[in-house]
Design a protein around this ligand. Structure first.
Ligand code: HEC
Ligand code: HEC
Length: 300
């Protein structure tokens, strides 16, 4: 490499991109390999500067829009969120509920972006879709990943086979018989132990469950008109296939494709049934159930 090339390369390595670009045209001497080498270094440098600028931008958005709840340190202890139930996610633990990866795996970028875009219905986590641009969502997600260093370790990232493909097309249409088959699976697979006979989140184990932070957590009330992770068939399929990391909601790996859609049909039928009960008997499905308050201090 001649000395001008070396200087250009050094300038690039030191982050002096403009300097490197100025030196480069002066140094031509038909040494193709060296030119390629320089271009390579320059390209890496441009990438590095771009991602650093994007992270800075992501940090600004985070401090403004997310830190009040998730905390400046990403520990979920922001000043606006003292008593929130559920608490804002602690990003320092790497446990993400809503993913298209197998149980225990880290999420893909697109999974986190989706949660930020759509929010988490029924909790304080807002929907950012019409507030932040797509670019802002992308960079703020890159920023929250910096709270958990394993996102930077290629060995910790999900492998190809850890990614769950959810078919857009179902193999059959929902019917009374697929709902009935789903109901049977709901009992046989022990969903009822947590979610209860009628799917209201009041199964025999419901009051004993805690999340990975040892905070009591209730099974979802599946008769509500909104779900945390979305109400489409694919959303429900995703939950019991990927598990919700950090919570007792497990993954059901052994189910056949057909059985997964039968379960989806049954779960979706719960809301319709609840709607009917509401219109016929004024039974309100929207009342949020809280665990019983032990020792309320009131003397009988
Ligand atoms: C008003 C409070 C509040 C604000 C502001 C807020 N969040 Fe949240 N966020 C929450 C709560 C509460 C949860 C927990 C929901 C749950 O566990 O079901 C949460 C959960 C999350 C999750 C967890 C997803 C998963 O798969 O587990 C992500 C990612 C997230 N928030 C990103 C953000 C980003 C990015 C911003 C800023 C653009 C933001 N949040 C702003 C309250 C907030
Ligand atoms: C050990 C208890 C347990 C079992 C067994 C269990 N769940 Fe869950 N499930 C939970 C908990 C807890 C949550 C809520 C997690 C949260 O709020 O973050 C949940 C959430 C869900 C959700 C997400 C709803 C939403 O708001 O997005 C669906 C769907 C679901 N479960 C379906 C099922 C099905 C179907 C089965 C059986 C195949 C099942 N669960 C078995 C504990 C359980």
């Amino acid at each position: 490499m001649n000395s001008r090339f070396r200087n250009a390369a050094l300038a690039a390595r030191n982050g002096l991109l403009a300097g490197a670009l100025l030196l480069l045209p002066l140094s031509g001497s038909g040494q193709d390999e060296s030119v390629e080498e320089i271009v390579e270094i320059l390209r890496a440098e441009v990438d590095r500067l771009t991602s650093r600028a994007e992270l800075d931008h992501g940090r600004k958005i985070y401090l403004r829009a997310c830190a009040p709840c998730h905390g400046v340190q990403g520990d979920g202890k922001g000043p606006a969120a003292i008593d929130f139930d559920p608490a804002p996610r602690n990003f320092r633990r790497g446990a993400y509920k809503f993913r298209t990866t197998v149980s225990g795996a880290l999420p893909l970028d697109k999974d986190i972006e989706r949660t930020v875009r759509e929010g988490v219905p029924g909790t304080e986590m807002p929907r950012w879709k019409n507030v932040l641009s797509e670019h802002d969502i992308r960079v703020v997600v890159q920023y929250i990943k910096t709270f958990y260093p394993y996102f930077d370790d290629p060995d910790s990232l999900p492998l190809e086979e850890d990614i769950i493909e959810i078919p857009e097309e179902r193999p059959f249409e929902p019917s009374l018989s697929s709902i009935a088959a789903g109901r049977k699976l709901f009992i046989d697979q022990d969903c009822v132990k947590c979610h209860g006979e009628g799917g209201k989140g009041d199964g025999p184990q419901a009051d004993e469950l805690v999340d990975d932070w040892e905070v009591p957590i209730l099974p979802a009330n599946l008769t509500l008109p909104y779900y945390k992770n979305g109400k489409r068939g694919q959303d429900i399929y995703r939950v019991f296939t990927s598990a919700l990391n950090g919570t007792p909601m497990p993954a059901f790996d052994e189910l056949a494709e057909e059985e997964r859609w039968q379960l989806v049909d049954y779960v979706q039928s719960l809301e319709i049934e609840q709607d009917l009960k509401y219109w016929l008997f004024q039974e309100n499905p929207n009342q949020v159930r809280h665990p019983p308050i032990e020792n309320s201090g009131v003397e009988e």
